[in-house]
Write a protein that binds this ligand. Structure first.
Ligand code: AFD
Ligand code: MN
Ligand code: MN
Length: 428
């Protein structure tokens, strides 16, 4: 079942195809001069995918306000529909990452079937112990897995185990655990003892993982806790992952680091120790901004993918990171943001594939700094858009994803059908 009409996509593509052929052939000739077969790159791009977050389908907000748009989805079924639009046009986002209890339903088998009928599967399951839910016995106001209150830790453990259970029914294989636990004042908690409590509770979640599952530990430096956070950085994350066991890996959210941190080096380090579990792609100017991928610093995204391509060529302890978008779309149509972000992510992957690794390594070995840098620069400056567009076209997607989406009038049509979202604040 397709959400948009295939004729609409075909008509839009018909207007673009002559120009695409010209651009693809020209780029193909340019790449061939360097010994690169454009079709081989296109095939790698066609096999690339990134998951979208269910919560990213709705408009996000800040702690000040949220400005909903008419026709935005209000439940997981409507969110899946919107994710299906993104996938149908982009052909690069075949999986959705759900968040619980936000996406709770009565029938998960039915939800999985519904997703499958839309051409979608499920990616990592995200637990939520950073918010209280109506009727919940214990509060997370002073922490969850690291709480000083045993009953609160137990509740957080049970919630994570329930997420694994739901994920099994949905066909997921990863549990992503991000906790907001931390402090706002010096002295508020003992650093060592709060980490001990976290590790003890996390090990009970870990023990409930099926054999083929992974627990992805997501660190974040600050917010909602502004003085200290229990899993604050990649150091805390890898130490926790090493302590928990081989199924525990680290998840890198691009917005969760101290300013100016060299994220690509962190990626290389985590891979070196077999602990690179996955990504939350977004962009950031100041902190956990959750801006659209590649909107602020596309070069950093390219450098991250450069490390990923390198890591794949030299797997230390396997290489299987899960890629996901984690963004808050506060001022755009979320579908448009995810279409644009998926393209930015895939394009950095394509550029990283175009790095002449032999030349790079030779320059590195010879300490030829300028030529090493130029090996990266040459790939970064190539416009890979025709490769992405051709891969999409061959998979049934749209050459110009945004123009085709707008032509579909999807949001306007949904505004007639869907109930309006309430106002209010809301970080997602
Ligand atoms: C948080 C983290 C984490 C979490 C999400 C919830 O990035 O991924 O699941 O936002 O909205 O900042
Ligand atoms: Mn995240
Ligand atoms: Mn975040």
């Amino acid at each position: 079942m397709t959400v948009l009409s295939d004729e609409l996509i075909a008509e839009a593509n018909a207007r673009e195809i002559a120009a695409l052929d010209e651009d693809y052939d020209a780029l193909g000739r340019k790449l061939a001069r360097g010994g690169v077969a454009i079709d081989a790159i296109k095939d790698r791009v066609a096999a690339f995918s990134v998951a979208v977050p269910s919560w990213g389908a709705g408009r996000g907000g800040t702690r000040f306000a949220k400005f909903p748009i008419p026709g935005e989805p209000t439940n997981i079924y409507e969110k899946l529909e919107d994710c299906a639009v993104i996938q149908q046009l982009s052909r690069v986002t075949p999986r959705v990452s759900p968040h619980f209890p936000w996406d709770k339903v009565a029938d998960y088998k039915g939800l999985r079937a519904e997703a499958a009928s839309l051409g979608l599967g499920f990616d990592a399951v995200n637990s939520n112990t950073f918010q209280d839910q109506p009727g919940q016995a214990q509060t997370y106001a002073t922490g969850s897995l690291s709480s000083t209150v045993a009953a609160t830790r137990q509740q957080a453990i049970e919630h994570n185990i329930e997420c694994i259970e739901i994920g099994r029914q949905l066909g997921s294989r990863d549990l992503t655990v991000w906790v907001g636990d931390g402090t706002n004042f010096p002295g508020q908690q003992d650093f060592a003892r709060s980490l001990d409590r976290y590790l003890d509770a996390a090990s009970q979640v870990y023990a409930a993982l099926p054999d083929d599952w992974r627990m992805l530990i997501e660190h974040k430096m600050f917010e909602p806790a502004f003085y200290s956070t229990v899993i604050s950085d990649w150091g805390s994350s890898i130490l926790a992952a090493q302590e928990l066991g081989p199924k525990a890996k680290c998840l890198v959210d691009l917005g969760h680091h101290a300013p100016n941190v060299n994220i690509e080096q962190i990626v290389a380090r985590l891979h070196r120790f077999g602990k690179l579990g996955g990504f939350h792609f977004n962009d950031s100017k100041y902190g956990d901004d959750d801006l659209d991928s590649g909107a602020i610093n596309p070069h950093q995204l390219f450098l991250v993918f450069n490390e990923l391509v390198e890591a794949e060529l030299h797997p230390r302890d396997g290489f299987d990171p899960s890629y996901m978008i984690d963004q808050s779309h506060n001022v755009t149509d979320p579908i448009e943001s995810m279409l644009s972000s998926a393209e930015a992510i895939a394009s950095c992957f394509a550029k990283a594939l175009l790095v002449d690794r032999e030349a790079l390594q030779a320059a590195q070995e010879a300490n030829d700094t300028m030529m090493a840098f130029q090996a990266l620069r040459r790939a970064y400056t190539i416009d890979v858009a025709p490769i992405l567009a051709r891969a999409r076209l061959e998979a049934g997607g749209a050459i110009d994803v945004l123009a085709t989406y707008r032509a579909s009038r999807w949001r306007e049509r949904k505004a007639q059908e869907r109930k309006p979202v309430g106002l209010g604040a809301g970080i997602v």
